[in-house]
Design a protein around this ligand. Structure first.
Ligand code: BT5
Length: 269
């Protein structure tokens, strides 16, 4: 990957600004800084490799050279979008779901709140961060990492959840730039649908562990066990507890994993 090829491949998307790095700490850090320095809506940061890629809650995201996509897209939220910032992470998941399904016919699922799975293994992680000025969101940074080649996948002992790559799942080589282009195009197409009925339906239809028994650990040591029912209009997960009580769990400080005894390849998260 190099900057000229990247620019040429993305020309038709008319992105206002683009920065490419062979190696970077974290593309989200670059984009958050750029927001403060006037990055326009849809400014894009792409890196071939990240030295300190970040997941949620201080976790690490591994991006090795020549094997993955690591990008951060700046969103300057419109007044409508300001009330729906939490939906940008699933927006990216829905867009990636569409591309992986259409281009490769893969069994793709969205693991609430922020992962994309293929064959029940993590192929992509999403980290959305917001740069605030007081109570006002100056800009949102939508960061996404996608494992393209098998070499992108970290060793098992570094993983909280099983992982794979698109090439491993598809059984063929994948052009990173084509995938980047198609993902961004799908994201731009879905953006006006943020929070719409179609958006929620698509998200819910492709939700991993739907109707399955899961265990959810929330930050405050709270643990929920129950059956996944779907998503509510605020993006919360609806969980039916064994008592018959339905709880709604907000994204953020949560970890979801299948309960023991369900038929799944998932292990520890
Ligand atoms: C995420 O966090 O999945 C969000 C990852 C976001 C990465 C993008 S890359 C571009 C942008 N710049 C950044 O610095 N970040 C964003 P979380 O749900 O917390 O998952 C993190 C966990 O995923 C780790 O603790 C590992 O277990 C696992 N992991 C790390 N690297 C992985 C990889 N390449 N593939 C699959 N799993 C990985």
């Amino acid at each position: 990957m190099d900057e000229t090829t990247l620019r040429n491949r993305l020309t038709d998307l008319n992105l206002p600004a683009l920065r490419y790095f062979d190696t970077v700490g974290s593309t989200n850090d670059i984009a958050l800084e750029w927001v403060l320095n006037g990055a326009p809506d849809l400014a894009l940061v792409v890196a071939d490799q990240q030295q300190s890629g970040r997941g949620r809650l201080g976790r690490q995201w591994v991006t090795r050279p020549n094997s993955a996509l690591a990008l951060s897209l700046v969103i300057r939220p419109t007044p409508d979008e300001v009330n729906r910032l939490a939906l940008f992470s699933p927006l990216a998941a829905v867009a990636l779901h569409q591309v992986l399904t259409e281009n490769f016919g893969l069994p793709v699922q969205i693991k609430w709140p922020n992962d994309v799975l293929v064959d029940r293994k993590k192929v992509s992680g999403i980290l959305v961060e917001v740069q605030w000025e007081g109570q006002t969101p100056l800009g949102l940074v939508l960061g996404i990492g996608i494992n393209i080649a098998p070499s992108a996948v970290p060793p098992t002992d570094q993983l909280l959840f099983p992982a794979t790559s698109i090439e491993a799942a598809a059984g063929r080589q994948v052009d990173r730039l084509d995938l980047l282009h198609d993902f961004l195009a799908a994201l731009l197409e879905w953006r006006p649908q943020l929070g719409s009925g179609e958006f929620f339906q698509t998200w819910e239809d492709n939700l991993a562990f739907l109707k399955e028994s899961v265990r959810i650990e929330s930050g405050g040591q709270q643990v929920y066990n129950g059956t996944v029912q779907g998503i509510d209009p605020d993006g919360n997960l609806r969980l039916l507890e064994p008592t018959g009580n339905e709880v709604r769990i907000a994204a953020g400080d949560v970890r979801l994993r299948p309960s023991e005894g369900t038929s799944t390849t998932a292990t520890e998260i």
